[in-house]
Write a protein that binds this ligand. Structure first.
Ligand code: HEM
Length: 348
């Protein structure tokens, strides 16, 4: 959080406390505990994929993410959003990382450049240690998993062995990413089209426990905030000349921690969350999950881990086909690396 936005939120909380309308914040400390370890099934990839070719992989990824987070706590949010925007259109294949491709389209504007660069930095360390054996897609999944845990969230086992795409996803596939204006029915449909259910939708939306959105993403709330806290938080966007690119925290209670306070914030119904978040608190297929995750952070952590693994194993139309990129931002063909070197890889 910038100093300005931090002080704006603190001011809001003080104002609200002063008039007796503040939320209960006592769950925040408990929610910082790390979650339990969750083991998952195989699905064509496997946990020990790099055991022989790069045994140091997980150590290199975790230590690099840890030092990067010590410099910039916002990288957890950056990695999580990149992970979602990579996996949802056509499976996790690092296609969103390619320059001059998917990132020019509206849904991908605002992906954090520093988080994209962190993935490439990890790739170069891993390839320096092991040779070009590990894909950018697997590094994205591992780095996101570790950043969540380092920010206070659960840890879990992920299966590996993804290939990097040879080309970006199509514009159509990129626009399958849901916009913040969607209703709950539209969100449920958009997720079910990808094989994800209401548990996945609500749990994965819990990624908004960290990170920020541009003021333009919040739109005009269907129910304008009535109390002091809501009005003060909404004022962060309407103040300062109403700049649509100004950033506001998604979870105004504990914006830098991966915890379940996003769900608590949703149940407060202040009319200041993203529309696509707020609608989850009222639709009959999702409201009981929002309440359940707000009441029980262990349940949220366990379901989040399960849903992250599910999303990480979503398949694109062509299956797991591609290469191990030598630079996450470019296909090997642009680097003059050919199949003769035995690195152009394809599997079913
Ligand atoms: C359910 C449908 C979803 C919608 C409509 C949605 C929409 C958005 C929007 C509009 C933003 C702000 C973008 C900007 O202003 O630049 C955002 C930020 C973010 N989203 Fe989502 N999102 C959804 C699901 C997810 C999922 C499944 C994840 C990850 C698992 C995720 C992770 C994030 C994160 C971490 C940020 C903050 C990024 C940052 O601070 O750099 N979102 N989302």
């Amino acid at each position: 959080m910038t100093a300005m936005s931090r002080s704006a939120v603190l001011l809001c909380l003080l104002v609200a406390a002063a008039v007796g309308s503040a939320a209960h914040f006592d769950g925040a400390a408990a929610a910082t505990d790390n979650g339990k370890k969750v083991s998952q099934g195989q699905g064509g990839l496997h946990h020990y994929f790099y055991l022989d070719s790069c045994a140091q992989l997980e150590t290199i990824v975790r230590s690099t993410v840890e030092s990067a987070l010590q410099q910039d706590v916002r990288l957890t949010a950056g990695l999580l959003r990149i992970f979602f925007h990579d996996c949802f259109p056509q499976g996790c294949d690092a296609s969103v990382l390619l320059d001059n491709g998917e990132r020019q389209f509206a849904p991908n504007l605002g992906l954090q450049q520093a988080a994209l660069q962190l993935i490439e930095t990890i790739r170069s360390k891993v390839h320096a240690a092991c040779g070009p054996t590990v894909s950018c897609a697997d590094i994205t999944v591992l780095a996101t998993r570790d950043a969540v845990n380092l920010a206070g969230g659960p840890t879990f086992t992920v299966n590996l062995g993804r290939k990097d795409s040879l080309a970006p996803a199509s514009q159509n596939d990129v626009f399958s990413l849901p916009p913040p204006s969607f209703t709950a029915d539209q969100l449920l449909k958009s997720f079910s089209d990808k094989g994800l259910d209401n548990f996945d939708l609500v749990a994965l939306s819990g990624a908004h426990t960290v990170g920020r959105a541009r003021c333009s993403a919040f739109g005009n709330p269907s129910t304008p905030p009535k109390d002091d806290l809501g009005q003060c938080l909404a004022g962060i966007c309407t103040g300062g000349g109403g700049d649509p690119n100004r950033l506001r925290d998604l979870d105004f209670l504990t914006p830098e921690l991966f915890d379940n306070m996003y769900f608590t914030a949703l149940t407060l119904n202040k009319g200041i969350m993203l529309n696509s978040d707020q609608v989850l608190a009222t639709h009959p297929s999702t409201n009981w999950l929002v309440k359940g995750f707000a009441d029980n952070h262990w349940w949220f952590f366990q379901q989040f881990a399960t849903s992250m693994v599910k999303m990480s194993e979503m398949k694109g139309p062509q299956g797991n086909v591609g290469e191990i990129r030598r630079n996450c931002f470019k296909p090997n063909s642009a680097l003059n690396i050919s199949a003769d070197h035995g690195l152009l890889a394809a599997s079913a």
